[in-house]
Design a protein around this ligand. Structure first.
Ligand code: NOJ
Length: 748
């Protein structure tokens, strides 16, 4: 791991230190508002001084609630652990009644009355299920993400949750990895902008305020680079790549005030993250300045013996604490073995106390002593539901990416009367909810069929032909053909079932599953206008589909308002404005395919260049790509001044005009490339973006401000460097198009 020189001016370190000090000195005022049942709010240090070894370890134990039939609850044994002060936090217990009941045990029956913190994976919302994170990344809209996170936090807060294991900030360049669905896509800059938005959205006006959740960016770090795209597989990543690609979103989340971080399951360059002292203590704490709580991922401490880095569970406990894991999620390694480890190695005591202090400070920042129990949030939940549904619908429409629209099939003409809905997903209400809706109370998503029926009423006719996930029969096929023949337009609802994405859902192929290629061929043979509506949680490789249908709309997993949002876009009430946050490859053999790859000495061309003899090198659809219902024209990229010194700023802008016939939103993107320097740098790097809305004929000057730091890079030692020289700059609609301008960063 490369070490960055200790940065005395590190604002993150200074900020967190203040919080630690502030949290301790502000305790007197907290005491005045303390719950009558809470322990006297001693300073954390005094509290630690009173704790037994078991009670200290208890604060580091994160217990998972257990599923009993349809209920998620705490077992009698677990309640007993709470009573004995041997649990610090509870995962997955949700609901005012359930959490208050268990909190009462902690506050009133345990010796020191230390409150518990209730945690949950609030990933796509709590009651209202919003689009999956990858889809939200496709909105390229940090304000929208902030709004979604804020509402999700309010909903979860009302049901007792105070800590969410979100956002997932794993940059991923390999769509075989099913967890691409949960993350921000392939680019560190976009991921960093969204990281801040997630953290700010969850944490609102400040930790501990009503309706806010503590965020927990995860999974530290480079989990998205699991070899072969196989979940839980080991990761080998150079220090340079770590700094350039995988760390930036975490750094931004820390700067935005994230008070906790989750360590990954996987090993990085040979050492599992939860036993990796260099990673957690040297890199995360010292270099990035993070002083919050580090929690393990589920069961990860128990896996240290399986990785083969601990001979037994006591050694696993020792290595995890030494590495810097403050809380053990669900493995019970700390609960059952940390005591023996500490008794055997007394030097661990200091590390244990530090970890306990961090957990107690975290709880103080959440105001758990003053407000251990749930409180209702005004206004009443009925009107929330309406607002939430509206937000879910608006969010979904902004995430859809129009990949193809030959002949202007979309938006559908108002004269269309007969619409055929074919494929396996038009009446599926589970899949659009995405992989993280588990254990969430709300019913299924509005299906495309339901929404279209609502929309058309008796002004049109809907014909339907499903498609099985097993083997289609001749009857299935005949029905598809008959339906397509009778219709004015065919809407194909295709893609992945929800369980094909998310954790433990890696794929070795990236085509359409369940024989859906045959379905597409059948529809194509009828030569009717057809629109493929693609549900999925990753980039797919679909060159045949793209050739066979005139229009293709990527809708990801849109959440509870799925059908309504899709109708809004199909019928032209909303214009599609999402852009790809990941490159779509042509085949699995091309992987990895990502836009910001390094330059080679032999760029793809003829013989003896970096190419394939049987496939193009470039993606099917590049990062940043997406069409609208209108067309935008980009003027030349201009900069003022053309050259600048280190402490100056430069403005780079271009005229963008809506030259089509409809209003539309464009995501204007700024890319740079260094033409020379010590390292071979990426072919392009995203450095800014803006969403603009233009009426037909309207034009707008879109400008970005660049400073020297925007042109810099992290070297393999973790030192941030900015090199003088010539840089190319693009203002373009995606990562492949556009004509570059040049700017020069001068010496000195
Ligand atoms: C395992 C997942 O990797 C992590 O993202 C999640 O937060 C935990 N399980 C808890 O559910």
């Amino acid at each position: 791991m490369g070490l960055r020189k200790a940065d005395k001016k590190n604002p993150v370190a200074a900020f967190t230190l203040c919080l630690l000090l502030g949290a301790t000195t502000g305790l007197a005022s907290q005491a005045q508002h303390a719950s009558p049942h809470a322990a006297r709010p001693l300073s954390s240090q005094k509290l630690v001084a009173r704790m037994t070894l078991e009670e200290k370890i208890g604060q580091l134990v994160l217990l998972p609630a257990v599923v009993q039939g349809k209920e998620v609850t705490l077992s009698q044994d677990q309640r007993e652990l709470v009573r004995e002060g041997k649990a610090g936090a509870i995962l997955n217990l949700v609901g005012a009644e359930a959490t208050d009941q268990v909190q009462a045990i902690a506050i009133r029956e345990s010796r020191l009355g230390i409150p518990l913190v209730f945690a949950a994976d609030v990933i796509q919302g709590r009651n209202t299920i919003f689009p999956i994170p990858l889809a939200l990344a496709a909105s390229w809209n940090p304000s929208l993400v902030r709004e979604v996170a804020r509402r999700a936090a309010e909903e979860a807060w009302a049901s007792g949750v105070r800590w969410t294991f979100s956002p997932m900030l794993d940059v991923s360049r390999d769509p075989r990895w099913g967890r691409m669905a949960e993350g921000p896509g392939e680019d560190p800059y976009l991921a960093s902008r969204l990281a801040r938005a997630w953290v700010e959205g969850f944490q609102g006006k400040g930790l501990g305020q009503p309706g806010t959740l503590a965020s927990c960016p995860k999974h530290f770090v480079a989990y998205g680079a699991a070899e072969g795209g196989r979940d839980y597989n080991s990761v080998e990543v150079s220090d340079h790549l770590l700094w350039e690609v995988y760390l930036p979103p975490f750094l931004e989340a820390i700067r935005a005030g994230a008070p906790s971080i989750m360590a990954a399951f996987v090993s990085l360059n040979g050492i599992p993250a939860v036993a990796n002292q260099k990673l957690l203590r040297d890199l995360l704490r010292k270099q990035l300045g993070f002083q919050g709580v580090i929690v393990s991922d589920w069961g990860a401490l128990g896996e240290l013996t399986i990785h083969g880095v601990a001979k037994d569970r006591v050694e696993a406990a020792f290595k995890a604490l030494r590495a810097g894991i403050d809380m053990d999620m669900s493995s019970e390694i700390y609960l059952r073995n940390l005591g023996s480890a500490v008794r055997a190695k007394r030097e661990l005591e200091a590390l244990l106390e530090e970890a306990v202090l961090r957990v107690l400070e975290f709880k103080r920042r959440l105001h758990l002593w003053e407000h251990p129990f749930t409180q209702p949030l005004p206004p009443p939940s009925a009107s929330w539901t309406k607002l939430d549904r509206e937000l879910a619908r608006k969010a979904a429409t902004q995430t859809f990416v129009l990949l193809k629209n030959e002949g202007g099939v979309l938006p559908l003409s108002p004269t269309i009367r007969r619409i055929a809905l074919v494929g396996p997903l038009f009446d599926n209400s589970e899949t659009p909810l995405g992989p993280w809706r588990t254990r969430q109370p709300q019913s299924g998503a509005v299906t495309l069929l339901e929404a279209l029926q609502e929309e058309l009423g008796d002004r049109g006719e809907i014909l339907t032909a499903g498609w099985p996930w097993g083997q289609p029969t001749q009857r299935d096929k005949a029905k598809v053909l008959a339906c397509a023949r009778q219709a004015d337009v065919v809407l194909l609802s295709i893609g992945e079932l929800v369980h094909m994405d998310g954790e433990s859902a890696s794929r070795a192929t990236l085509g359409l599953p369940a024989g859906q290629e045959e379905l597409v061929e059948l529809v194509a043979s009828v030569h009717k206008p057809a629109v493929a509506i693609l549900f999925n949680g990753r980039a797919l490789a679909l060159p045949e589909l793209v050739n066979q249908v005139p229009a293709l709309l990527e809708v990801w997993f849109p959440g509870v308002e799925s059908g309504h949002a899709i109708c809004d876009v199909l019928l032209g009430k909303e214009s599609p404005s999402g852009r790809l946050p990941v490159s779509f490859p042509r085949s699995v053999g091309q992987l990895p395919v990502y836009y910001n790859h390094r330059r080679t000495g032999r760029p793809p061309g003829q013989m003896f260049t970096s190419r394939y003899i049987d496939s193009p090198v470039d993606p099917l659809f590049p990062f940043g790509y997406g069409l609208t219902y209108t067309q935008f024209q980009y003027g030349a990229c201009q900069s003022t001044p053309r050259s600048f010194h280190r402490r100056e700023k430069i403005r780079v802008g271009a005229w963008i005009q809506n030259v089509g016939k409809r209003p539309g939103e464009e995501v204007v993107q700024l890319y740079v490339r260094a033409l020379s320097g010590e390292l071979a740098r990426p072919i392009r790097e995203l450095k800014g973006f803006q969403r603009i809305y233009l009426l037909p004929g309207q034009r707008q000057w879109v400008e970005f401000s660049l400073q020297a730091e925007d042109l810099g890079y992290w070297d393999p030692e973790g030192v941030f460097r900015v090199e003088p020289g010539i840089y190319q700059v693009w203002i373009s609609p995606n990562s492949q198009e556009g004509i570059p301008g040049t700017i020069e960063l001068l010496e000195g």
